[in-house]
Design a protein around this ligand. Structure first.
Ligand SMILES: CC(C)(COP(=O)(O)OP(=O)(O)OC[C@H]1O[C@@H](n2cnc3c(N)ncnc32)[C@H](O)[C@@H]1OP(=O)(O)O)[C@@H](O)C(=O)NCCC(=O)NCCS
Length: 187
């Protein structure tokens, strides 16, 4: 999809009642690498896994109901919910809690629809994330990233670094111990 051809891609502030848009994003992907952390090193190994789209009817973590239930309280307590649209079609969604902790913004969710990937959609949402985090007075953005090639590759390409032991957020680590915990310094 040619996003660079002008202004076809636009970002909109969304509301709690728009959370159902999550179900319209095709999250499926073919993962070829998986990351883990050993000491202070990021390690990748070959992996061959086809992540399916959202389960449209169940209630598990990978269902539409599950992802909306995860996002609902975060947006309800005031997190930013932004959508990137191509015409009227949602191409990517991000949820950002700029007041997660004193001086710390938390990127709670980022998905780009499969057909819109590698066109700069996430980069545009990331730029909005940084602008809003700075405006809120945050010194850093925290990301608990899926340990996949796309997610980790994306955040590293934006300049995130592996969280050190003292930077790791205990609550988020407990939630997702297999994620790659990353920091972007805003200073
Ligand atoms: C991760 C994700 C959000 C990236 O979205 P995107 O719109 O494709 O990203 P961009 O086009 O802005 O990519 C910017 C850069 O990120 C890096 N990147 C993106 N996808 C990558 C991949 N699959 N492998 C390695 N690096 C990747 C590249 O450096 C890319 O620049 P390039 O295309 O010029 O090489 C998207 O792949 C996605 O939604 N994946 C499934 C859900 C997910 O993992 N979300 C994050 C959960 S924490």
């Amino acid at each position: 999809m040619p996003i660079g051809d002008g202004n076809r891609l636009r970002i909109e502030q969304l509301r709690l009642e728009d959370l159902s848009l999550l179900g319209e994003i095709d999250r499926s992907e073919h993962q070829q690498f998986r990351y883990s952390v050993a000491g202070d090193q990021l390690i990748s190994r070959r992996f061959d896994f086809e992540v399916p789209g959202w389960d449209p009817v169940g209630h598990g973590d990978h269902s539409v109901t599950g992802i909306v239930s995860f996002a609902q309280p975060i947006v309800a307590r005031g997190a930013d919910f932004l959508g990137a649209f191509v015409a009227d079609e949602p191409a990517g969604l991000v949820i950002l809690d700029t007041k997660f902790e004193a001086g710390l913004s938390w990127l709670a969710l980022l998905y780009v629809d499969r057909v819109h990937r590698r066109g700069g959609v996430a980069s545009m949402l990331w730029s909005a994330t940084l602008r809003r985090s700075r405006a809120a007075g945050a010194a850093a953005v925290y990301v608990s990233a899926t340990p996949s090639d796309s997610a980790v590759g994306f955040y590293l390409s934006r300049g995130c670094h592996l969280a050190t032991r003292s930077e790791i957020n205990d609550g988020l680590y407990e939630l997702e111990p297999d994620d790659i915990h990353l920091i972007y310094d805003l200073s």
